[in-house]
Design a protein around this ligand. Structure first.
Ligand SMILES: [Zn+2]
Length: 313
């Protein structure tokens, strides 16, 4: 764990309560109850949107009639949209309690991650979100709650989304007196399940608050490729993201090395999935998604010009 505690350099800055950095945009939400009291925000609340895209979620969070808002939304391609300056109160936590305090909105920054949320298994390796979109096994995180036998299914976060969120939280911690990082489910357990078991919340707390130097990493890293993806997450903090690509083939094999002689990982990738390009060797690119592997560059489309919602569905 020692390496993970090394202070990463930040890709972001906050000037006058507004985030600046690559692939960061701003769309003001009218849904605020004004300025925080002195000393606040001191808390970050992590959410998932349970929505179908970053754009649709930002539309809701900035709509006068919705009655909800958040400071930031993080897309699956790593794009960040800020909707309120960090000195203003947003409406994301609702009825909530934590360590003797209620109504956490008045103390906290809200970060929403584009994620479909809990999924329903509808076939052998097919899963469905509440809004009817289908997902394959590689997009799904299986979880078993303590003392429960039933397995539940959750939409995985993308690597780049997690690493950008981590960098965002790091910047917020540096600019505000953040001492608490919680999931929405922790402050409203009777009502909420976000960000859910697919989000590495304990790791975030350990990395950002450095409260426990002997942290036991609770997520099980099933394969070395998953471990590599996790390690990559932390390397990302040191170097801002440079290259993103979409899968252009209908389905794409991911291999353990840069040649067809290497065995494949998982069930492959679907058209439109967002990847981060880590390195290239000839016709092959090493990419990171929820895992790390090699794909033939003929079947990916590199995105050079990035507008906030371009690679959303
Ligand atoms: Zn929430």
């Amino acid at each position: 764990m020692t390496a993970l505690h090394a202070a990463p350099s930040c890709a972001f800055n906050i000037n006058d309560y507004i985030l600046a950095g690559e692939d960061v945009s701003f769309k003001l939400s009218p849904n605020t109850s004004g300025l925080f009291e002195k000393g606040c925000p001191d808390t970050i609340v992590i959410h998932f949107t349970a929505g179908s895209s970053l754009e649709s979620s930002v539309n809701v969070l900035t709509n006068t009639d919705s009655g909800v808002s958040a400071h930031f939304a993080v897309g699956r391609n790593g794009d960040i949209v800020q909707m309120l300056p960090t000195n203003k109160i947003a409406w994301h936590a609702g009825e909530s309690h934590f360590e003797g305090r209620s109504r956490l909105n008045q103390y906290s920054i809200g970060i929403e991650l584009d994620n479909a949320g809990q999924l329903k298994k509808i076939g052998n390796s097919t899963y469905e979100s509440w809004f009817g979109k289908e997902y394959v096994k590689s997009e799904v995180f299986e979880a078993k709650r303590k003392n429960q036998h039933a397995v539940t299914y959750w939409h995985k976060y993308s690597d780049i989304q997690i690493s950008r969120t981590l960098a965002l939280c790091k910047t917020l911690c540096e600019h505000h007196n953040i001492s608490i990082i919680v999931g929405h489910e922790e402050i409203a357990p009777a009502r909420k399940v976000d960000p859910g078991p697919a989000f590495p919340l304990q790791k975030f707390k350990a990395l950002l608050l450095q409260t426990d130097t002997n942290l036991q990493v609770t997520e099980s890293l099933e394969t070395s490729s998953q471990r590599e993806a996790h390690d990559q997450l932390h390397r990302d903090l040191a170097s801002p993201v440079k290259k993103i690509a979409n899968v252009s083939a209908n389905s794409l094999n991911v291999r353990k090395g840069p040649d067809t002689s290497f065995s494949t990982i998982d069930n492959g990738l679907n058209k439109g999935e967002v990847l981060k390009v880590l390195e290239k060797q000839g016709d092959w690119a090493k990419v990171s998604f929820t895992k790390v592997g090699w794909v033939n560059t003929a079947f990916i489309h590199e995105i050079t010009e990035k507008s906030p919602f371009k690679s959303q569905e």
